[in-house]
Structures are given as C-alpha cells and as structure tokens.
Design a protein around this ligand. Structure first.
Ligand code: NAD
Length: 493
C-alpha cells in the first residue's frame, strides 16, 4: 500500500484521518473503516472510519451544544477564524493539492487552483459575516415600529461530491459559519481526505469544539437518514446529482427542513459565426476538459454555427490532440483518470450510442490503458462530430473528456435546442455582436451564463441553477441568505 506520506514526503503530525466530532479526532464507534483509493493507480491510499448513525448523532449532539455559543460570537471574530483557515490553506497549498490529486485524480496544477479557489470562499464569507445587516421598515401605524433581523438557521448538514473535494465544502462552510450556524459535514465517500485536512486547519485556526464536525462513511444513508430524522438539524445543503437531490427533497418534507441543492447540468456551449474563433476554441477546451470533463458546469453540448463549423472543428481537434493524459502528479499531464469504473462505463455508453446514431469520431474515442494502471479509467480526449439532439450524449451529463460538436443554422434554433433540457445550471456563448449578447443571454434558461467567458465560477458571484439543476445560490452576497432566517419585530410605542 502506498501511503500519502511516502508519495508526498510530508509527515502528518496532526491530521488523523478520523471522524471529527466535538473538536476531537476519533474512530467510528463501530470500529469500521473503508479504503480510499487513488483513481490513477487503483492503489489503496488510506483507510478512513466508516461513520455510522450513532457517530452522526454524536456529531449532531456536538453541533447542537456548540450552537448557542457560536451564534453569539461577534461576527468579526467568526470572520477572523475563517480568514485564518484561508491563510493556512494557502500556506499548505502544495500539500493539500497533492492529497487532492491522490484521492481525486485531477492534475496537480488544477488541484493547486482548487485550493486557492476553495480558500477564496472562506475569505469572501469572512467579509460577509461582518455585513449581516437587518432593516428598519416604515410601519403602517404611527405607533408601530418594524425591525427585521437575520439570524443563523441553526445546525446544518452539508453533503458534498467528489469532483471538487475542497471547494464544494468551503462554498458551504464559509457562509454557514459566517452566519453563525454549526455544521456536520459529510464528504463524498471517494474523496474524504481533503475534507479531513480542512478539519485539521479549522482546529488549528481555533474553531470552538462542536462547531465543525466531519463524518466520513462509505454508505451515505445512515448519515442522511439520521440528519433528516433529527429536528435539531434545521437545514441540509447538498451538492451532487439531480437524482439524489430529488430524493433529498422528498426526505426533507417530513421535518420541513430548509434545503439548498446544487445539482447536475447539461451546459450548452454556443459558437456563433461572428465569434473570435481561437478564443472560442480555448474556452471550449477549458470548460470541456477541466477535471477530465467531470464538472457540473462543463460544456456538454458544443453548438457551432454551420458557416464556421468545419473551421472550428479543425482548430478544436488540433488543440485537443495536444492534451496529455496521465497520472495527475506527473508534470505536463492535463487529463487525469475518471473517478471510477462506473464513470468510465458511462463515457463508453455515450460514445457507442452517438456512433450508432450517425456521429463521427474526429479524435480519440477509446479508453487509454495507462502504464500505472492498465485496467484504469483514463480516456483519450475525444471529439465527435455531427452529433444530434436525440443522442444520449446530448441529453445526459457525460462527465468525461468527450466533446460532441453539433451544427446549427440560426440563433432562434440554437436557443431552442440549448434550452431543451431539464437542466439549467451553466450555458456559454461566444459572439462579437453586442446586440446578440443581450438577446441570447436573456433567453437562455440557465442560472449562469458565460459570455465570451469559459470560467465563470468565482466566490463573488451567485453560483446556482434553475429547473432541475437546483435550488438556492452559493457564493456572492446571496450565498449567506441560505444560512439565515429572517425574523421581524413589530413594536408598539
Ligand atoms: P452523488 O449525488 O452521487 O453524490 C453526492 C453526495 O451525495 C456524496 O457525498 C454522496 O455520498 C451523497 N449521497 C449519495 N446518495 C445519497 C443519498 N441517497 N442520500 C444522501 N446522500 C447521498 O453525486 P456525485 O457523483 O458525487 O457528483 C457528481 C454530480 O454532482 C454531478 O451530477 C454533478 O453535476 C453534480 N455537481 C453539481 C455541482 C453544482 O454546483 N451544481 C457541483 C459539483 C457537482
């Protein structure tokens, strides 16, 4: 077994890779654990506790006990802790990025970028903690005064996915802690180590015991059933698939919990004939192939106006052919492995279905056995041409390094096709016509629209989807509202 210490030559004096409950690292009460594997090599990196319902209840107890104290800590002090954690993340960036690449597979350069991005949510929400303003509202009677307060929701449960193991967690922890909530977090079973590393930084930054609790587990159900059944947990914030999001909406009905959902997408990327084509090619590659295509906002359908279709396809294919595939720890590799065999098989299914229905391969189309892991999950970056809207690849998230090119003729036709999906997270388009910018942006039914911009995510902006891509917003000045209740006082004077 390769331990992280061996690979990174870093000694771990503090991080125990155990459950974090009430400020202390501990094993699961059952004594059970499960392996975390490196998707690039298939090797077991580490065993982490397989948390149970009883562990989850202990974490809820700790969070509920810590709540009254934490919610009255002055905002400026809560903000200082968040800023200290952000600073520690940047100080230990190389180590945290290496841990992330080992458990998730993304290239080290991307992992370093994610650590900085993840830290930015803590710094941004440190600022927001200091600006949780209320209102004084003009009343309808001369002897009445109305004051609006914004107060923390209470104990919140956070459930995060494996594709951004640090950023998806800090995008929730930042606003929750800034608002004065206490939390129980459950990272994805595939990538618990990055979350536990963050837990250690919170301890070092002086977070009081019980304010941040982390439960790792192989099966999410004992965790989620426990938090949904417990009235002390007032909110669930979830990032993951639409399928699981739907289940959680149903479960939240019984105890009427607040719920925020960041779910799947099926992003259109539209290239109009008046676009700056080299910029559109660069943008399409950035958004399609980042994290091997495993992002919720990655271009899933690339629409190109017929006048420039051949030119775009040639340039795009030429640039994609330069992307180097391999273990993310090796410099120069920009496409890592897919997270697991199920992800690998989905890519195969999408390519097979597209080819059966008339698409053509311009590049790739095959898995790539890698010397590190002959049975692994590396895919050759793939470009498919003449894809149409009836194919599986146009209808579902592929979550892999496959770019389907779809020709179109008119603006009205492409808007109709782009919107013809139950998802509404991100959309992109490239054009140099300023009137078209407004016409198209206003008609796209998506929460995030990149106009000549393929990297829209940033802590200052309200990230989130419409339709079946979710409920609520993360980031920006809207992000903290998800963790605040509104109360008003009506006073007779
Ligand atoms: P997933 O839904 O399978 O899992 C996400 C999390 O939910 C994990 O922690 C998992 O353990 C937990 N989970 C799974 N089943 C559960 C259940 N029945 N009850 C409670 N928790 C459960 O998704 P994934 O495969 O980890 O992530 C990929 C998906 O996440 C994609 O659809 C992607 O688009 C989406 N995603 C969305 C955003 C966004 O901001 N909108 C960001 C990243 C990923």
């Amino acid at each position: 077994m390769v331990s992280i210490e061996q690979v990174t030559h870093i000694t771990f004096e503090n991080t125990q890779y155990q459950l974090l409950i009430n400020g202390a690292w501990q094993e699961s009460e059952s004594g059970g654990d499960y392996p975390v594997t490196n998707p690039a090599t298939g090797e077991v990196l580490m065993f982490v506790p397989d948390g149970t319902a009883r562990d989850t209840r202990a974490a809820i107890d700790a969070a509920a006990t810590a709540l009254p104290g934490w919610s009255v800590v002055p905002a400026v002090e809560r903000a200082n802790i968040l800023r200290r954690v952000a600073a520690l993340m940047l100080e230990r960036r190389e180590h945290l990025a290496t841990v992330m690449t080992l458990e998730q597979g993304k290239p080290l350069t991307e992992a370093r970028g994610e650590i900085a991005y993840a830290a930015s949510f803590l710094s941004w929400f440190a600022g927001e903690a200091e600006r949780i303003y209320g209102q004084i509202v003009p009343a309808s009677r001369p002897n009445q005064r109305i004051f609006v307060l914004r107060q923390p929701v209470g104990v919140v449960a956070l459930i995060t996915p494996w594709n951004f193991p640090a950023a998806m967690l800090t995008r929730k922890l930042g606003p929750a802690l800034a608002a004065g909530c206490t939390v129980i977090a459950k990272p994805a079973e595939q990538t618990p180590l990055s979350a536990l590393e963050l837990g250690q930084l919170f301890i070092e930054a002086g977070i009081p015991p019980g304010v941040v609790n982390i439960i790792t587990c192989q099966n999410p159900l004992p965790f989620s059933d426990t938090v949904f059944a417990d009235d002390r947990v007032r909110k669930i914030s979830f990032t993951g698939s639409t399928e699981v999001g739907r289940l959680l909406i149903r479960k939240s009905a019984d105890s009427v919990k607040r719920i925020s959902l960041e779910l799947g997408g099926n992003a259109p990327f539209i290239v109009f004939k008046d676009a700056d084509l080299p910029a559109a090619v660069t943008g399409a590659i950035m958004t399609k192939f980042r994290n091997s295509g495993q992002t919720c906002i990655c271009a899933n359908r690339i629409f190109v106006q017929r006048d420039v279709y051949d030119q775009f396809a040639a340039l795009f294919t030429q640039e994609v052919s330069k992307l180097k595939v391999g273990n993310g720890l090796e410099p120069g590799n920009v496409i890592g492995p897919l997270i697991d065999r199920a992800a690998h098989e989905k890519v195969q299914r999408h390519i097979d279905n597209a080819l059966e229905h008339g698409a053509e391969v311009l590049l790739g189309g095959h898995p790539l056995p890698h010397s590190d892991n002959p049975s692994g999950t590396f895919w050759q970056p793939t470009v498919l041409s003449h894809v149409s809207s009836g194919m599986l690849i146009s209808q579902e998230e592929t979550f892999g390094p496959v770019a389907p090119l779809i020709p179109f003729d008119t603006e009205a036709e492409v808007i109709q096709q782009a919107n013809s999906t139950p998802y509404g997270l991100a959309a992109y388009f490239y054009t140099r016509d300023v009137s078209r910018v407004f016409r198209v942006a206003e008609q796209l039914e998506f929460g995030i629209v990149g106009v000549n911009d393929a990297l829209p995510s940033t802590a200052q902006a309200p990230f989130g989807g419409v339709k079946q891509s979710g409920l609520g917003r993360e980031g920006g000045s809207f992000g903290i509202d998800e963790y605040l209740n509104v109360k008003y006082l009506s006073m007779g004077i």
